[in-house]
Design a protein around this ligand. Structure first.
Ligand SMILES: [Zn+2]
Length: 454
């Protein structure tokens, strides 16, 4: 794989960039790690010295930005590392990933953030933006040094994996979020209600004899934290929304002008609780897969911008973590590599337009973290580009995953829609083997030293 920065001409693809209202057949030039030119149709390479990547029939869009993933390093390197996690992200078309702080030690101070950033700089293949803890040690008692964490470079605060159940602590965190202008990413779960639950509460959990997690376990905390966001004027970002009731609460809060954004995962948009039938621990996730009715509300929420973005909640685990009884297996899905393939079913079913889907993976997340160089193909932006084939069918082979986490409910399934190449900060970080030879480097001889602007 060519990992050097390249001057690259992406020729003849369908350029879709919601940040510019762009959807047309065109070509894109990349040099020195930035988008240097784009325009309609195919063009003659302006100067020898560009690699040429033929994208006819493919979608060319901004690299995906994921505001919620777990890279597991430091502390849980048997599940994932920054190296393997970012390689998996590249295969999934993600060029920026924001990693959650539930590591060991947790990311609650400058030193741990420095560690993640320096490891990502040397071992990562895509941009890693860390999220810092809300509370010291993620213990939910005392506020972490949020100002110090911002200086260290975090883009949000979260105790994800656990809710911040102490209302006073959440109020303080939201006060800080207002002053620091960074969101609090909220894992909404009333753990007294969800305790013992391993799937959605309903007829299916009763039939399977499994403990249920009611929708109310999520909605109670969503309601509380919207109230606190209103009280403080803080910036609240609701992680992994799964219920119709949560969508209603967020809709009403937005109507009132409360500063809230929200995300939904690919699995909560495409799989129902029925997937748990058969006790497949790969479908065990927190919050749990819900019902068709909830999914319809989530999709409606996306269409109305009540839910702003799609985030993977990539949560890799070892085989041992996921084996054994359903009740005792770990929660989580390894999500980077199947995100696009699963989401494209929503486009084919007419639930979302392709432009909306891409916007929720690119422009909208970049807006939440207020980084206008990401999630766009605008000239001068970081050369983060994802190229995918909306029609390509492929079998999910977990043995071929870059992620150490093989825990996916799509193992062995056929998905339609596949990432074919990913360019991160001007580097080709992933290219699909199946299309070897289709992206040819060619018309222009390769002389990297000359990379003039066109
Ligand atoms: Zn969570």
């Amino acid at each position: 794989m060519n990992n050097q920065p390249v001057s690259l001409l992406i020729q003849g693809g369908r350029l879709i960039d919601p940040s510019q209202g762009l959807d047309e057949i065109g070509s894109l030039l990349i040099s020195e790690g930035k988008i240097s030119w784009l325009g309609r149709g195919e063009i003659t390479p302006p100067h020898p010295g560009y690699d040429v990547l033929h994208a006819q029939g493919l979608i060319v869009c901004p690299g995906f930005v994921d505001l919620h993933c777990h890279l597991r390093q430091p502390g849980f390197e048997e599940k994932e590392t920054i190296a393997t996690g970012t390689q998996a992200a590249a295969r999934g078309g993600f060029t920026t990933v924001c990693c959650m702080p539930n590591t060991n030690p947790p990311l609650d101070n400058q030193a741990t953030i420095d560690y993640v950033k320096s490891t990502a700089a040397t071992e990562g293949v895509v941009r890693v933006l860390p999220i810092g803890c809300i509370s010291k040690g993620r213990a939910g008692e005392e506020l972490a040094g949020l100002s110090e964490l911002k200086s260290a470079g975090v883009i949000a605060f979260s105790d994800d994996g656990e809710p911040a159940l102490n209302s006073r602590l959440m109020r303080q965190a939201l006060d800080w979020s207002r002053d620091l202008d960074l969101p609090i990413t909220d894992h909404c779960e009333d753990t007294a209600l969800s305790e013992g639950g391993v799937m959605n509460e309903g007829i299916t959990s009763t039939r399977l004899g499994l403990g249920g997690i009611p929708n109310a376990a999520e909605e109670i905390i969503v309601a509380r934290d919207l109230t606190l966001a209103q009280l403080t004027g803080g910036r609240l970002h609701i992680a992994h929304v799964t219920t119709e009731g949560s969508v209603d609460l967020i809709r009403r809060a937005k109507e009132k002008g409360i500063r809230v954004t929200a995300e939904v995962t690919p699995h909560h948009l495409t799989l129902t609780e029925e997937r748990v039938t058969g006790y497949d621990t790969n479908a065990k996730v927190n919050p749990p897969l819900r019902t068709r009715r909830d999914i319809q509300a989530l999709i409606q929420g996306l269409k109305e911008n009540v839910i702003d973005i799609i985030a993977t909640d990539h949560a890799p685990h070892t085989e041992a973590d996921k084996s054994g009884e359903f009740a005792s297996a770990a929660f989580g899905i390894s999500g980077f590599e199947t995100a696009l393939g699963s989401l494209m079913s929503l486009v084919r079913d007419g639930e979302l337009t392709l432009t909306t889907l891409i916007s929720k993976l690119t422009y909208e997340p970049s807006r939440i973290i207020k980084n206008e160089k990401l999630g766009t193909l605008a000239i001068g932006a970081s050369a983060d580009v994802t190229i995918f084939d909306p029609e390509r069918e492929w079998v999910v082979d977990t043995k071929a995953f870059a992620s150490k986490g093989r825990n996916t409910p799509w193992a062995g399934s056929v998905l339609k829609g596949k990432v074919m190449a990913t360019i991160a900060q001007g580097k080709l970080v992933y290219k699909d083997d199946l299309i070897k030879g289709e992206f040819k480097r060619g018309e222009a001889p390769l002389q990297r030293k000359s990379s003039p602007s066109p």
